[in-house]
Ligand binder design. Structure first.
Ligand code: PRP
Ligand code: ZN
Length: 295
């Protein structure tokens, strides 16, 4: 193993996999891998990817087999709630995809009033540590049954009264006649790292990668907005542009009173904003995606 190559654990397949590769590719990593690979050598940077099950990622970063990991916050939170020793993991960055919630869900015909209704019940879950922490916080006498999959079937099978499971669209709960009643944890994909300082070579690669990843995230959140307008409208237009720094104002050739206005805006350039811009005099309004950003 090359100790100067940064090693990143990534989910091989599942809810995060595709978008994890997408963000790394957008950060300029040249990746080639096939379905059965457990390992992928990045061709243009000193980085290797380990392609594994998401549940194994926190442990591999924790014990320093990998320097970084891209994983659901839910998996990390469960790992931390389970650990009886202090862990060596830190959150490096939130990545803004794979949003989901860890919810308590009960049969639809339950009239759930609050945690007190869980007294004496049985909860099935793949997140026993987070579930037990919730039970503990509320001082309840509630049993937790750990299942590794198909948790949503537990109430119907008579294994449990309710479940604690990940919900993203809610379709799985709906299909199983369950309803969410309480959120224990709100999750998204995060990048985690080991607390131990990296050696110089790895640190340089890491700093470069992180700057690029942040650039990818920023470019997704920002839009490039262009329009023409009478000079007199510039102050009103500037005030309307959401999250923009000082816009660029350019004189239009052969049109004394007309300018072009360009600005980078934080997302939220909705139709309503465009209509307001037009109302204060803007025309030919364009909102464009930004491919890359570097401060
Ligand atoms: C989760 C969860 C549900 C489903 C919910 O499983 O266990 O089955 O997603 O999604 P929905 O609300 O959009 O229907 P996932 O596929 O993430 O597998 P994992 O928990 O084993 O990683
Ligand atoms: Zn999993």
């Amino acid at each position: 193993m090359d100790t100067n190559r940064l090693r990143i654990a990534v989910q091989k397949s599942g809810r995060l996999a595709e978008k994890s590769f997408e963000i790394l590719k957008a950060a300029g990593l040249k990746l080639r891998y096939s379905k059965n690979d457990l390992y992928c050598r990045v061709q243009n940077m000193d980085i290797d990817l380990l392609l594994i099950r998401d549940d194994d990622i926190p442990e591999l970063v924790n014990n320093d087999v990998c320097d970084l990991g891209i994983v659901g916050g839910n998996v990390v939170a469960e790992f931390q709630a389970r650990a009886d020793e202090p862990e060596n993991i830190r959150q490096v960055e939130t990545l803004g995809f794979a949003d989901c919630r860890l919810d308590l869900a009960v049969p639809k015909d339950w009239n759930y009033r609050g945690p007190q209704d869980l007294e004496g019940k049985v909860i099935a879950t793949s997140y026993p540590a987070l579930t037990k922490a919730f039970i503990g916080e509320h001082g309840l006498n509630t049993q937790v049954v750990e299942m590794s999959g198909a948790v949503e079937l537990a109430p119907r099978l008579g294994i449990a009264d309710l479940i604690c499971d990940l919900v993203s669209t809610g379709a799985t709960l709906e299909a199983n006649n369950l309803k969410p009643v309480s959120t224990l944890y709100s999750s998204q994909a995060i990048m985690i790292g080991n607390l131990k300082p990296l050696n110089e070579a790895k640190q340089a690669v890491f700093a470069r990668l992180l700057q690029r990843v942040r650039g990818v995230l920023a470019s997704r959140e920002n839009k490039y907005v262009m329009m023409n307008a009478p000079k007199a409208s510039v102050p009103a237009i500037s005030a309307l542009l959401p999250g923009a720094s000082a816009p660029t104002v350019i004189q239009l050739a052969g049109r004394e009173d007309q300018v072009a206005i360009h600005a980078v805006c934080a997302e939220g350039v909705f139709w309503e904003t465009m209509e307001k811009l037009r109302d204060v005099g803007a025309s030919a309004i364009l909102v464009l995606p930004i491919e890359k950003m570097m401060a």
